[in-house]
Design a protein around this ligand. Sequence first.
Ligand SMILES: C[S@@+](CC[C@H](N)C(=O)[O-])C[C@H]1O[C@@H](n2cnc3c(N)ncnc32)[C@H](O)[C@@H]1O
Length: 214
Amino acid sequence: LPKVRVRQHVNPLCDKYQTPLTPPNWNEIYPEINKPLHLDIGCARGAFLRKMAQLKPDVNFLGIEIREPLVTVANLERDRLNLKNLHYIFTNINISLPVLLASLPAGVLQYITIQFPDPWFKNKHSKRRVVQPELVDAIASNLVNGGYVFLQSDIELVAKEMSDRFQSHSSFQKQHQETWLATNPLAIPTERELYVIERGGEIYRTLYRKGVDR
Ligand SMILES: C[S@@+](CC[C@H](N)C(=O)[O-])C[C@H]1O[C@@H](n2cnc3c(N)ncnc32)[C@H](O)[C@@H]1O
């Protein structure tokens, strides 16, 4: 994989990231669009999804990322590996999620992951964070009943804010008693997750489900 150099962070509030995406023709993206769809928000270089797509051919995977060069390279790598159940899109998810989700066939969106989304841990930058109440509303309206949302971060304050925003929405039930999950229920760790683990850092993980009791 060519290691493209990109800025560490981009400010999602700046003008150039305010245009909602034009949704693609999903039938041209996935040969079988009616498979369950797993959406990963803030996928960076996309390694997590690449491995998931290889592991689970019966699921379609979609990665969203605001740093465009990473998306270009991730799609090239997808082509090289000939993975038909994997696609990456460049957009600001906080602007595009409603239009993106409305364009999907009904009933396909089953899993959402938001993993280490934010460098924005200062209070004055809280509006730049990914998990805003509007994003939770859009997910509540479009995730299938029984669908899962998995969240993780190494910044406790950010993890707590994400968790609280799902907790306070009537559509979602937390799937565990303890504040944080002790282990990751997914088979593949993300790049950021491996980096944190290597340094012995703490990770705060939680799992929500829409519309059904535990
Ligand atoms: C710290 S990285 C974590 C990447 C990956 N999920 C992982 O765990 O290794 C967070 C990613 O989210 C992306 N991101 C942040 N805000 C975003 C937004 N509003 N829309 C789409 N992507 C965003 C960043 O550009 C960055 O690549």
